[in-house]
Design a binder for this molecule. Structure first.
Ligand SMILES: *[C@@H]1O[C@H](CO)[C@@H](O)[C@H](O)[C@H]1NC(C)=O
Ligand SMILES: *[C@@H]1O[C@H](CO)[C@@H](O)[C@H](O)[C@H]1NC(C)=O
Ligand SMILES: *[C@@H]1O[C@H](CO)[C@@H](O)[C@H](O)[C@H]1NC(C)=O
Length: 194
């Protein structure tokens, strides 16, 4: 009886620990477009960025990683009206090193497109909403885009970071979960021995 109760207690503790770790530590780095580089969408998948933002809900502390050949492309953050009209003059932020990290520090809407003339009109544009997302699903899989996406012709310059960052949050939360389960099992066994 006492053992059962203490087991429950430890399970509860493990879950609280898990929640704590998830809220505290899990700031995700999202690679924009997942398998695709930041670039003009292919005709087979013209809505790649619209789909991508639909499947990924970012929060404060997260960041967006744009990977692209720096000699051929860039990322600019623009206003909503510039986004809609593809006005790329006078952007809010301009990034062109090929491995651009945008850090989300406030809630709100963020609009990005390419700094290259004409690319915005070809739907190389991304709109994300941070915070106040009604249909938030914590298990949203960053890799769960429709399988129809063909592999993008990736012509990269040097890439300082591995492109597989978008899968790490799931692995991380899984290993945290495992740790919590193991910890609770161990403490249940331990208190059983006592
Ligand atoms: C584009 O945006 C800039 C800066 O916001 C503005 O000065 C300019 O008039 C806009 N151009 C067009 C064609 O709307
Ligand atoms: C985002 O944070 C990273 C790491 O702290 C930094 O290297 C990068 O310059 C930041 N990005 C922007 C746009 O400030
Ligand atoms: C949050 O969403 C609700 C419902 O969609 C809306 O009424 C409210 O104005 C939003 N709040 C902010 C700060 O955007």
């Amino acid at each position: 009886m006492a053992n059962l109760r203490s087991c429950r207690f430890h399970l509860l503790f493990a879950f609280q620990f898990l929640l704590f770790v998830q809220t505290k530590v899990l700031c995700y780095q999202y690679k924009v477009g997942d398998l695709h580089a930041w670039g003009v969408p292919t005709s087979a998948n013209p809505l790649v960025y619209a789909k991508w933002s639909k499947y990924n809900n970012l929060r404060i502390g997260d960041s967006l990683l744009f990977l692209y050949p720096p000699s051929q492309d860039s990322v600019i953050q623009v206003t909503e009206s510039s986004y809609n009209s593809c006005n790329i003059t006078d952007p809010i932020l301009h990034m062109n090193n090929g491995n651009s990290l945008f850090n989300v520090t406030t809630n709100g809407d963020f609009y990005f497109t390419s700094g290259e003339p004409g690319y915005c009109a070809k739907k190389q544009k991304l709109h994300i909403t941070v915070g106040n997302v009604s249909a938030y699903s914590p298990s949203s899989d960053p890799g769960a885009l429709p399988a129809s996406a063909p592999s993008y012709p990736t012509v990269f310059g040097p890439i300082p970071q591995p492109p597989s960052t978008s899968s790490s949050p799931l692995q991380l939360s899984f290993s945290v979960f495992l740790t919590a389960v193991i910890a609770s099992t161990a403490s249940a066994i331990f208190s059983g021995i006592m």
